[in-house]
Design a protein around this ligand. Structure first.
Ligand code: NAP
Length: 279
């Protein structure tokens, strides 16, 4: 499944929408100097500027206090030129991640992590949804993967990937199983999957013999190894799967494109083009 090609098309659509909406603003906040986070932020800004989103790259030292960070977020909430705010995670240990996420105005929460947006997703009325799950659903739609009544197995239960993608699959009428580090027999679960989404962060955790013949496999993992960038699913599973995303070139580009789409969505909510539930 070619995430690069679809992401390119989505970016072109987003560019067109922005030409109609007028200039949008996306602010990112990075606390500390985690090198992986730095790469992700730079990619997001490059993609944003290509489609006409003005981006604000706020970098704060690792020792930033929670009060200072909350003040910065409040200023961005109040800034009318900003449509989307993204706090790059993980935050340094001394900062309360849940409190920081709650401080972002939910209508600008392009990461979809604020309890209001997460709750809306849980209730089946999605507002702003994390970009990676949005990208995964777009890939499944692009390749006409049947979800109604299908067995979908999600490995990983993070707030940013596992849980939200499980909810979206459930809303698409799949029968959803969520696996995690305490799952007793992972292979038994994955072998039952018509659609298998793996978001764990362990190279080749899922091997070819854990994949059902003809299944659709979405490999979310990004692991830096001596052999280069690899996913959570052994590439040998490509021979068993009916469809599978490569790493790189699968979910990664879709995440970036979906973030741009989420920013347009947030801008529409703010301009009352879509109704945003009152908080
Ligand atoms: P995370 O917050 O670290 O969560 C990992 C999940 O995997 C947890 O729920 C954990 O279970 C589960 N897990 C760990 N070991 C397991 C095992 N042996 N068997 C079954 N489940 C296991 O990770 P994340 O933020 O969701 O990210 C997951 C991976 O996706 C990472 O490689 C990350 O870099 C990548 N990622 C890629 C993109 C993209 O755009 N391609 C976007 C986001 C993340 P417990 O809950 O029980 O601990």
């Amino acid at each position: 499944m070619d995430g690069r090609a679809l992401a390119e098309r989505i970016r072109a659509e987003v560019k067109q929408e922005i030409a109609e909406l007028g200039e949008l603003g996306l602010a990112t906040i990075l606390v500390g100097d985690d090198p992986a986070s730095d790469v992700y932020i730079r990619r997001k800004h490059e993609a944003a500027s290509e489609v006409g989103i003005r981006s604000h790259d706020l970098r704060l030292p690792a020792e930033t206090t929670e009060d200072d960070l909350l003040e910065r977020i409040a200023a961005l909430n109040a800034d009318d030129s900003i449509d989307g705010i993204l706090v790059q995670l993980p935050l340094p240990e001394h900062l309360d991640e849940a409190r920081v996420i709650r401080a972002v105005d939910p209508v600008k929460d392009v990461d979809g992590l604020h309890p209001l947006n997460a709750g809306q997703l849980y209730l089946g009325r999605p507002t702003l949804v994390p970009a990676t799950p949005v990208g995964i659903m777009a890939l499944l739609a692009e390749y006409d993967i049947a979800l109604l009544g299908a067995n979908a197995v999600v490995v990983g239960r993070s707030d940013i990937v596992g849980k939200p993608v499980a909810h979206l699959l459930l809303q698409a009428h799949a029968t959803v199983t969520i696996c995690h580090s305490r799952t007793r027999d992972l292979a038994r679960e994955t072998l039952d999957a018509d659609v298998l989404v793996v978001a764990v962060g362990h190279p080749a955790l899922v091997t070819a013999d854990m994949v059902k013949q003809g299944a659709t496999v979405i490999d979310v993992g990004i692991n830096r190894t001596e052999a280069g960038l690899v996913g959570d699913v052994d590439v040998a599973a490509m021979d068993v799967a009916g469809h599978m995303t490569p790493v790189p070139g699968g979910v990664g580009p879709m995440t970036i494109a979906s973030l741009l789409r989420d920013t347009v969505c947030a801008a529409r909510f703010r301009r009352n083009m879509f109704a945003f539930p009152a908080d």
